[in-house]
Design a protein around this ligand. Structure first.
Ligand code: ADP
Ligand code: MG
Length: 323
């Protein structure tokens, strides 16, 4: 997309294991400076395998990976965060991060002021000062993931590859990690590739998506284009979920149409609750009219001359009309 800013390129890359068919073939990909790319696809499609091949941890079946970098040492070109759990759990977070500087240390293995500055910067960016003296066995999965990212950052590489960095994390931690990666790409100019099967997060944060498609190929595009052109539907084969509206399908079973009058989040969540409860939402004036009013941050629903202060109460009342 931005060939001038490309940090990594593949030429007719073919990826997989010698024992089977290639998982991907004839890949011509490019990862640009300052870009967060989410590499998406269902489980088992070959995301981890491609990531390891790009990182040089696994041989390609064919084709080439070229990394645009003046430095020779692979550890200074590219850092990787894989899914393997660390086993030396009595190591502290601080030690873990310092290990990331290993490629820069001389025979004495002493940290220089440059090393210390890199570590301080990584700790600041990941905001984990409070974890530095903790052992890895004493921190949560989300905290460990931040520490692993900090360890990758101290390598000060132009490229950062991460495999499923948000797996096993709760929503807050998942959002925190993805926002951090996005910030890093945009502020430091790194090219960041994240393999993930988590569609919702990728759609909201990625600058570009690589989507593992049919025929051992990859589609690329910005998230919204791939939503609107049906590429995600084609690959993920959603059942009972409409990606374009971001909603789960509900079969209306009450045979009652409701018009909701109101704006913003309040109206949207009102419709959501009604649909989930089997009502039909109709924009043209239906038999039932609900007005969503917002005053002083308080939401009120008005229906049939009565006011309700929660959707629960409103819906309970509506159900009396059609149990
Ligand atoms: P993803 O990360 O998208 O879930 P993987 O890259 O882990 O997928 O695996 C892709 C495919 O390669 C899977 O079918 C998996 O069984 C197979 N695979 C993984 N590791 C090996 C291996 N060491 N040898 C042979 N096949 C493997
Ligand atoms: Mg994987």
């Amino acid at each position: 997309m931005h060939p001038d800013k490309s940090l990594l390129k593949t030429h007719n890359l073919s990826v997989g294991y010698a024992t089977g068919q290639p998982l991907f073939s004839a890949l011509n990909l490019s990862l640009a400076k300052g870009e967060l790319v989410c590499f998406m696809g269902p489980n088992g499609v070959g995301k981890s395998t491609l990531l390891k091949t790009l990182a040089g941890l696994q041989p390609a079946l064919g084709g080439t990976v070229t990394i645009d970098s003046a430095v020779e040492q692979p550890e200074k070109k590219l850092s990787v965060v894989l899914t393997d759990r660390i086993t030396a759990t009595n190591m502290t977070v601080s030690e873990l991060i310092a290990y990331g500087r290993y490629p820069y240390l001389d025979w004495s293995l002493k940290l220089t002021p440059d090393d210390k500055a890199a570590i301080t910067d990584a700790v600041n960016r990941t905001r984990i000062h409070y974890l530095l003296d903790k052992q890895l066995s004493q921190i949560s999965d989300g905290q460990l993931q931040l520490a692993m990212i900090a360890r990758a950052l101290v390598q000060q590489t132009p490229l950062l590859l991460l495999d499923e960095p948000t797996a096993h994390l709760d929503l807050n931690n998942r959002v925190e990690i993805m926002n951090l990666l996005r910030e890093l790409a945009h502020e430091t100019g790194k090219g960041i590739l994240v393999a993930t099967h988590e569609l919702d997060l990728a759609l909201q944060t990625a600058d570009l998506i690589w989507l593992a498609g049919r025929n051992n190929n990859l589609l690329t595009g910005i998230p919204e284009d791939l939503v609107l052109n049906g590429a995600f539907d084609d690959i993920f084969q959603f059942k009972g979920f409409d990606l374009k509206t971001g909603k789960v399908f509900h079969k209306p079973w009450r045979n009652m149409a409701v018009t909701v009058r109101g704006n913003g989040h309040e109206a949207r969540w009102t419709k959501n609750a009604l649909e989930r409860n089997g009502f039909i939402i109709s924009d043209s004036r239906a038999d039932i009219l609900i007005e969503v009013m917002l005053a002083n941050q308080q939401v009120t629903w008005v229906f049939g001359g009565n006011s309700f202060n929660s959707l629960d109460k409103l819906i309970w009342q509506l159900r009396q009309l059609n149990p």
